[in-house]
Design a protein. Sequence first.
Length: 166
Amino acid sequence: MFLAHLPAGYLLTKKLQSLLKEKRFLILGLVAGILPDLDILYFYLLDNRQTLHHDYWTHISFYWVALALVSFLAILLFKQKKYLTAATIFFANIFLHLILDTIVGRIEWLYPFSKVSYYLFTVPVKYDFWVYNFIFHWSFILEIGIIIWAIIEALKNYYAQKSETD
């Protein structure tokens, strides 16, 4: 995924808010939807583009599963149910990010048991400017679809809220 993480995070968060009967945590869901890609800063600023950013810990599900388990156990142990919805929205968006990256990116789903990277499709290198390789690949249509879907849902939510206040 190249552009659709934020719109996908919006869609998932709005759906979870509806299912959980919760109106809060939209920003948390949006941040979580793009959080694994913050490793791009390290990739460009410190690593000098030496390591594919999907090889950093932020794109390895094992660490997120461990963090989710600790978080949910702490919520249950300390009887802090008020954080359960926030944690659910947060980790659901993290894993949605990783699932979406698996379409044309490489994700080590079985780490630390295996270093095999899983992906559904390969984006061939045809252009010198790496961005063009993704934009002109057929999978970019999926991203455009997610973006359009999110815009439609956002407009529906906006007009529904507007009609409630009128």
